[in-house]
Design a protein around this ligand. Structure first.
Ligand code: IPE
Ligand code: IPE
Ligand code: MG
Length: 239
C-alpha cells in the first residue's frame, strides 16, 4: 500500500494553469511539441495522484481561447496530443473512477476530436470519483459573455426579471455550474497571472505560483503547494 501524506487539509476544488512546456523543451534543445508530449505525461500522472489525494474537483487549463494565435505547426501538434490522450483514456483508463468533463467551446475543434470529447464524457458520466474539468478552448471572458447572453435571452423571453440577474443566476450558466469555486489555483512556469483562467470563479481563490515547469511538476511539488495553501489566511473580505 502506497504511503500518502494525509495530514494536510485538502481543498475541494483546485485549478492548475499548466505552463512551461515550451521552455522545458527549449532548455533541452528540443522542439516545443516534445515539451507538450511530456506535459501530457505529467497530466496523466498528476490527475490520478490528485484524485487519490481526495480532491473533489480539479480543473486543468489545457488550451486557452488565445492559444490559437500560436504557429499552426504548434497548434497541430497540440491537437495530435489531445487526440492521443482522448483515445488513450478511452481505451486504457476505463477503470479510472475520474469523471471527466470538458469546459470551453469545443465546437472550434476538428470533428473527430469533438466526437472523442463527447465519448469520453459519456463513458465517465456515472463515475463517483473526482471530477476533472479539462479546459480546452476555454477563456474566462468568453465564458462570462456566454452566460450573459443566456440571461439576456431569458429576460427577453420574460422568464427572468432584470433584478433576478444575480451572481448565483450567472453562475448557473458558467461551465462550472453547480461546482464549488476553486480554493487554490496553481500556476507552473513561474508567471504570476491568470491568463483568462476562471475569472469569475477565482474571486477568492488562493494563487500559488511555482518556477517548476509543467513537465517537471510532480507529487512533491503538489504537496508543497498544499502546504503553502495551509499557511494562507482566507478572510473572504471579513476580519
Ligand atoms: C503550456 O505551456 C501549454 C499550453 C499553453 C498549451 P507553454 O506552451 O505555454 O510553455 P511556455 O510558456 O512557452 O514555456
Ligand atoms: C496559459 O498559458 C494557458 C494554458 C496553460 C493553457 P499561456 O502560455 O498561454 O499564457 P501566457 O501567454 O503566458 O499568458
Ligand atoms: Mg506559456
Amino acid at each position: 500500500m502506497e504511503k500518502m501524506p494525509m495530514d494536510l487539509y485538502v481543498p475541494a476544488h483546485i485549478g492548475i494553469i499548466m505552463d512551461g512546456n515550451g521552455r522545458w523543451a527549449k532548455k533541452r534543445g528540443l522542439p516545443r511539441s516534445v515539451g507538450h508530449s511530456y506535459g501530457a505525461k505529467t497530466f496523466k500522472h498528476m490527475t490520478r495522484y490528485i484524485s487519490r489525494r481526495g480532491v473533489k474537483f480539479l480543473t486543468l487549463y489545457a488550451f486557452s481561447t488565445e492559444n490559437w494565435k500560436r504557429p499552426l505547426s504548434e497548434v497541430n501538434a497540440l491537437m495530435k496530443i489531445f487526440r492521443q490522450y482522448l483515445v488513450d483514456s478511452l481505451t486504457n483508463f476505463r477503470e479510472d473512477d475520474i469523471k471527466v468533463v470538458f469546459i470551453g467551446d469545443r465546437s472550434a475543434f476538428p470533428e473527430d476530436i469533438i466526437q472523442l470529447i463527447n465519448e469520453t464524457e459519456e463513458v465517465a458520466k456515472d463515475r463517483k470519483g473526482m471530477q476533472l474539468n479539462i479546459a480546452m478552448n476555454y477563456g474566462g471572458r468568453a465564458e462570462i459573455v456566454h452566460a450573459v447572453q443566456q440571461l439576456c435571452q431569458e429576460t427577453k423571453d420574460g422568464l427572468l426579471q432584470p433584478n433576478a440577474v444575480t451572481e448565483e443566476a450567472l453562475s448557473q450558466y458558467l461551465y462550472t455550474a453547480g461546482q464549488p469555486d476553486p480554493d487554490l489555483i496553481i500556476r507552473t512556469g513561474g508567471e504570476h497571472r491568470l491568463s483568462n483562467f476562471m475569472l469569475f470563479q477565482a474571486a477568492y481563490a488562493e494563487f500559488y505560483s511555482t518556477e517548476t515547469l509543467w513537465p517537471d511538476f510532480g507529487e512533491a511539488d503538489f504537496e508543497k503547494a498544499l502546504m503553502a495553501f495551509q499557511q494562507r489566511s482566507r478572510r473572504f473580505g471579513g476580519v
